[in-house]
Design a protein around this ligand. Sequence first.
Ligand code: PMP
Length: 378
Amino acid sequence: MADRRLLMIPGPIEFEPDVLAAMGERTRSHLDPAFVEQFGSALERSRKVFLASSDSQPFVIAGSGTLAMDMAIANLVSEGDAALCVDTGYFSARMADILGRWGARVQSVGGRLGEAPSTDEIVAAIKAHRPKLVTVTHVDTSTGVRTDVESIARIAREHEALVVVDGVCSVGGEVLRQEAWGVDVALTASQKALGTPPGLAVLVASPRAMARAKSKKVASVYLDFAQWLPVMEAYEARKPFYFATPAVNLVAALDVSLGKLLAEGMEARFARHQQMADAFRAAWRAMELKLLPREGLAANTLSAVYYPEGVDLTFPARVQGVVLAGGLHPEARTKYFRVGHMGAVSPNDVVATVSAIERALGRRGEGVSAAHASLLAK
Ligand code: PMP
C-alpha cells in the first residue's frame, strides 16, 4: 500500500496537490514571460502575506531558512556592532552564532528552557548593551515557545535598534504584522506555513533595513542584497534579470501556495491555526501530557509535549499512520516530542493525530474526545 502516513512534523509539512502540481510542470527558462509573471506575483504576494508595507522589499532566494537568517544578518551587521539576541531555544542560538560570525558583539537575553524573557529583562539588556540590532525568534521550533514580537519590536524601535524576526515557524500561521509592528526584516522558508516544498528563503525588508544595508559592503556575493535587489525589482516590474539562476519550479509552486494563503485570508488563516492549536491543547490537557512551553507561551504552529512516565524517545517511531518529530533542544532532547500543526492542517488531521498518539500510548480516547469538543465549540 502507498505510504499514507500523515506528515505532522514542524516542517516540512503536508503540501497541497495544486502546489505540488505546479512544481511538477516542465521547467521554463528563468527568462520566459510566464515565469517572469510567476516570480513577480510571488514577490507581491509575499509582501501581503507578511502584512508588510508597500515600500518594503521582498526577496525570494534559493536556499533554506538558515540562508535567510545568514542573509539578513550579513546585510545589517558590521564588524563590532552590538546586537541583542532574544533567546528562546535552539534557533535563537543559531541566530546568535550567525551574528557572531558576521562580527557582531552579541549579547543574549533569556535562554531558559520553555521560557521567554520578560519585557523588563529585554529593556534592561538593551539599556546595558545598546544594540544596533535586536533579533527575535517568533516561534522557536525547538521549544514551541512563541515570543511577543509586537512588544519586542516596539521596545527595540524606542531604542533605535533594527529588529530582525526569524519567522521560519510562524509566517503564514502565527499573527505577524510586519508593517504595523515595525519589524525591519521578517524571514521564513518555504517548507512550513507557506506550504511549499523546502528550498526557498523568503525575506521582507523595511525601507529602514534597506537603507542600513545600502551603507554596507557584504563579504559574500550570494548573500548581498545589492546583488539581488535589481533582480527582485525587475521581476516585480515583470522584466527578467539574471544574477543567479532562480529555483524556477519552486518559485512557481510558491506563487500558487501564496495565492491560496491570500484566498483564505490572513486573518482567517491566523484564526484557523489558533483553533487547531486549541484543539491540540485540549487533547494534551485531557491526556495529562505536559507542554514544554510555560503556560501562555505555547505557539499555534506546533506543540512540544513531554513524554509521560515510562515513555522514551522511541515513541514517535511507534505512532502509526502519522509522522511526528522528537525533541531538539539540547537540554531536554530525549524528554519530549513535537507535533507540527501549520499550513493546510484540518480538524481531521488533528483528530487523526491525537488518535494515533493515544493508540500508541494505550489510552482510550480522552484526547480525541477533548479535541473533538474543542473543535465543535468553535
Ligand atoms: N528558524 C526556525 C525557527 C526554524 O524552525 C528553522 C527550521 N526548523 C530554521 C530557522 C532553519 O530553517 P532551515 O532548516 O530551513 O534552514
